[in-house]
Design a protein around this ligand. Structure first.
Ligand SMILES: [Zn+2]
Length: 312
């Protein structure tokens, strides 16, 4: 293997109709010894800027001379969506995380996915960094059989065991035999430093677990729990959502019927909807800031069915 190194390059995707060239910025850290090839991806959804900053902070902590293997990082997978702070690409309306493996002659989001697949073609492991979006906060990670050791080491108390979504980066990685996990941390402007620190320490523990960094990994939290049924609670109506639960309550077990939030009309001030916990018990997975505006069908809350929960 060649000498340890840290490089940054631009990989072209296409030329936009306004004449600007669209490319992806790729950071590569080559270690001193051969080993796993870990891909770190952030910003697949443009309203989740915590991911790119988490990737930046992780790379800042890694000294290539101490690294075994290679890290390829794409901090901003969808620059067009990040610029707009939108989940999907404004130009074609597509969700990048549903179009993998993409298409080199397709619409702009499909082309981005195809180029990402070329960039990550040699990776053996993937961490895909997500958050709750502009107004919601989450704290869990996905648990897939190929990559379960990564998910456990990452250290979230809640692990969601679920099939990967067809067309997602994770699904693409798993289908080609890589180990993969999705981090779902932060969002909504709540506890930002807490979630940035958690992502960095989680990734460091994954790197140690994979033998890519020296040092022993720390044990997962004693309360680490696997859930298999997660439900998004979507408000029927739009208005002002007053949340009863802050981000520090995520992971809490709530009795069925517990009021999670109320939607008021900002016009007449009347109460339009009361959102309650559906399961006995319900484990809180996604919550919102104390006051946010919602449209019908937005992500109001997410809860896991406590009856499906088992120790990790
Ligand atoms: Zn996302």
């Amino acid at each position: 293997m060649s000498a340890p190194s840290r490089t940054v390059e631009q990989v072209p995707v296409t030329t936009l109709a306004d004449g600007h060239r669209l490319g992806l910025t790729v950071h590569t850290l080559r270690g001193a010894h051969d080993g796993p090839h870990l891909a770190l991806v952030g910003g697949i959804h443009g309203d989740e800027p915590l991911g790119p900053e988490t990737v930046r902070r992780i790379l800042a902590t890694v000294d290539p001379a101490e690294l075994t293997g290679t890290i390829t990082a794409v901090p901003v997978a969808n620059p067009l969506a990040l610029a707009a702070l939108h989940r999907n690409t404004p130009l074609d309306g597509l969700n990048l995380n549903r179009v993998f493996p993409g298409n080199r002659t397709g619409s702009v989001t499909e082309q981005i996915a195809a180029v990402l697949c070329e960039i990550l073609a040699d990776s053996t492991h993937l961490i895909d960094f997500h958050s709750g979006g502009n107004f919601a906060t989450v704290d869990y990670s996905y648990l897939h059989e190929a990559g379960a050791d990564m998910s456990r080491a990452y250290g979230c108390s809640l692990l969601y065991s679920h099939d990967s979504y067809v067309g997602s980066a994770t699904d693409w990685a798993l289908r080609r035999g890589a180990n993969a996990m999705v981090s779902e941390l932060g969002g909504g402007g709540q506890r930002i430093d807490h979630y940035l620190d958690k992502g960095v320490s989680g990734a460091t523990n994954v790197l140690r677990t994979l033998g890519m960094l020296p040092g022993s990994p720390s044990a997962p939290p004693v309360d680490q729990t696997i859930v298999t049924t997660l439900t998004v609670i979507q408000p029927r109506v739009g208005g002002v959502l007053l949340s009863e639960f802050g981000a520090d309550q995520i992971g809490k077990s709530l009795a069925a019927g517990t009021v999670l939030g109320r939607i008021l009309s900002p016009y007449t001030f009347e109460e339009l909807e009361v959102i309650t916990a559906p399961y006995e018990p319900s484990i809180l997975v996604l919550t919102r800031e104390s006051m946010t505006n919602v449209a019908p069908g937005d992500y109001g809350f997410m809860v896991a069915d406590g009856a499906t929960a088992r120790p990790a």
